[in-house]
Structure formats: structure tokens, C-alpha cells
Design a protein around this ligand. Sequence first.
Ligand code: GLU
Length: 511
Amino acid sequence: MSVRVRFAPSPTGPLHMGGVRTALYNYLFARKHGGQFLLRIEDTDRTRYVPGAEDYIRESLAWCGLVPDESPWVGGPDGPYRQSDRQQLYKAYAEELIAKDRAYYAFDTPEELEAMRARLQAAGVAAPAYNAVTREHMKNSLTLSADEVKERLARGEQYVVRLKVPRHAEVRFEDIIRGWVVVHSANIDDKVLFKSDGMPTYHLANIVDDHLMRITHVIRGEEWLPSAPLHVLIYEAFGWERPAFAHLPLILKPDGNGKLSKRDGDRLGFPVFALDWIDPVSKEKSSGYREKGYYPEAFINMLALLGWNPGTDQEIMSLAELTELFDLSRVHKGGAKFDPEKTKWFNQQYLRARPDVELGEQLMDRLKARGVVTTLEKATHAATLLKERATFVDDMLEGMYLFVEGSPLKGNATAEEELRKRWKPEAAPVLEAYVDALAQLSSFKGTDLEPVFTGVLQERGMKVGQVMPIYRLFVAGRMQGPGMFDVSALLGKEEVIARLRAGLEHCAAWV
Ligand code: GLU
């Protein structure tokens, strides 16, 4: 039987990175086994529906390269793939369970349900539930006569259909990640499956659809583990073979204390969503990895390792490599701590691996947007030097001084401050001699400059550490950056000499 898995998000807001990881693991599992990866929109709860969320889910997955084989957008043999478009089919399944005596109609009003809860609470029951014991005292098709039930239905009275959970049964299933899960049915209440407004609840729609869509493995977040025994009971009630279950570990806050939430991202300054999201009601903006400048490959690589590892130290893996290596049995049970610094590290690795000319083009575009014109050759050369210190393409803009003519000391308070700390009058003659020597050079490569610099230092008995920072501040206007000989070669002879002279003049009066 061919593997068929699904990602089944509810369009209740932007897709959290935990959701993207669930989609990723489903995708990898399907690809690894030559199966299909489906996407089903679970939108039966109209009260939680958020406009734009479905498009957001689609765009997020497309950005990550996780395009489903079957979905509301491309269709497929088992469609429609949006539950609101399947609404008509669920009622017959609720009725099937009633006919099999595995579900029943319940007519209790909200007041009656409240009274039941209050009664049980007064009697010391901690968590009152509509279950195998309490249903005996409520208004449902198990306690009312068949005629009365028929009459109520004919009158159009409001009802719900509840699952008839057996009173004494052990529900057991083997989760691929967690092993055996055993729950006594006394701990499961008679969940509502269907309502008289024609809408199924999540539980019924989810099981019916997984069955009709021939899903073989349900891979989803740990938050659904408590529902799994109920789902096992629903499969049994229908007499259907059920899919295998794999419940993924939670993604935890960086300190490991609890589930990672949007608030942690806001507080600690990292995105928890794939893309930017603007709440349609509050207009509040949440930032996304895409807009922050992350490569989707880096984001996916990082997510893959949040809860799984290949059993080796390998960390950098493409989607194709992940597909080859992925194995559900290596997914751990324990929560996976999210590490924002490590996430940046992944991006840095992917940035470094990009072709220099591509980075050069991107740097050139960004410079152009700031009114700075350069050649692709120069931008690519600069990218080669700057990428070592960059996490994002935008970080390379810190090399702006490579493209703007003139002394970088002008109006540069930070450089001025640094220079005041490092300036030594003895450095002046060294740099003057260096300027003179540079003027003589016919070849101006980084490797040509280094011996010249060390030569003049030696002649005057100065150390690199005494003069280099001043050289750097004069030419680059900053303490960090690529090596000064490479920077100087890129700037060219005239510009370097001009900047050194301007610097010397700037400090001439300092003692
Ligand atoms: N609609 C559920 C969700 O939003 C799907 C749970 C499942 O995969 O069964 O997460």
C-alpha cells in the first residue's frame, strides 16, 4: 500500500514554525517512501476562521519548497480538500454510527449541561464530563423513547451527535515515536461528533477524511496526542482500519521552559512564523523568516533538526539529503529547544555557500536602492570579502565604505571615538612612509601590500597592533571587517592613498 500522509492545518491564523515542521516531516516521510503528501484545510470551526490564513499557509509552504501533491489548490483524486467544501458528506457518517449503536443523539440544552456540571462538582467530581455514567441521566436517544427522539428530530429541535464511548475498555495503540499508549475509556468523554446545524466537529471530520483520503500515517504535533485514543475509538466504531500515528515533540522556548509561543518571539526578537503576517483585525504585524532575510533552505534545515537527527554529526542538509536520511524512528519524544542563535548560524552557512556572483548581484541591487552605483565585478569582489562576516545578505551593506568615495571619518562619531583611543603620534611617520611606498607600486593586490606594510613597520620598530587599527579607521572607518590588505586592493591605489592622507591630516594636530 502506498504511503499517503497529510498536513491538516486549520486556517485560524498564521502558520507557526511548529506547523511548518509538521508539514516538513510529513513531506519527508512521503518522499522517502515514494508516497503522497496531501494538504487538507480543516475549517469546520467557522468561529475561528481567519480570512487570509489559508493563502498564508499556501504561501508559507511554497516558500519552504513543501508543495503538496494533493490540496485544495491543485485538487486530486480524493477531493475536495477543504472541509467546508465537504460539509454535505459528514452527516451520513454520523448517522452510520448511530445506526451501529456507537453514537447517539443528545438534546440537552446549555442550561441542562451546566446544571449537570454543577451537580457533579457539588458531589466532589473534579472534572465533570458527559460520559458513560452521566449520559444515563441526560436527554439523549439512550434515555428517551424511540418515538420521542423521532418527534424531537421531526420538530427540528437542536441536537448533537455524541460518540458512545464504552464504559469499560482499554484503548491502546502503538505510536511510532512514543511506543504503546494505553488509556482507559473511563477517561474519555462522549465527544460531540456532529451538530444539528449540519457541521461535523474536528474529530468526526478528521477521521472520516483521513479514511476517505486513504491516509496511512498520521504525523502531527504532540498537542493531538490526548485526542488520539478518542480517534482510535472512532475508527473502531466505524470498523475501519486506522492509520499509524506519530506524535511529534513540542518545540520549546529557548530556555526549555514550555512551548514556544509568538510572545517568546516578540520578547526575544526572533520570528516564529515563516512569513510576515498582519492580523486582519488588530492590524498587528508579526515578523517572518522570509522577510528577515533567511534562506528557506536554512529555515527548513534548522526545523528538520528540531526533534530529529540523522544519527551522525551532520548538520547541513538539503531537502534532498533530508529526504534520504529522514526516519520517523529517529524523532525524539522529548521537547526540542528552539535556538535562535543556531538558526542564524544555519543561515550564515547557507549564505557562505552561495556563489559569489549571486551575492555580488544582491549586494549591487541593495547598493543601487541606496543610490550607489558600482560594477558587478566590484560588488562580487566585495561580497567575497564581506560574506565571511554576514548572516544575511543585508549584513554585507556594512561594507558600504568600499563603494562610497572619500574619507570614511567624515561625520563618523564612532570612528572618531575609536581613533581618539588608538591614535599615537608615532604612527604618523609609519603611515606616511606606507603612503609613499604604495605610490611606487605598480601591482596593487592584497599580497603586494602586506610586505610593504610590514617593511615600514620594521624600519620604525613599530608593531602591527599599534598601527593597524589606525590604518583600518582611516580607510574603512570601522574596527571590524575583512582584512585591510584585501580592502585596500579592492578600493584601489588612489582611493587608499587619499583616505590615508585625509586621516593623517585629520589627526595632525593631535598629540
Ligand atoms: N486541524 C488540526 C490542526 O489544526 C489537525 C490535527 C491533525 O493533524 O489531526 O492542527
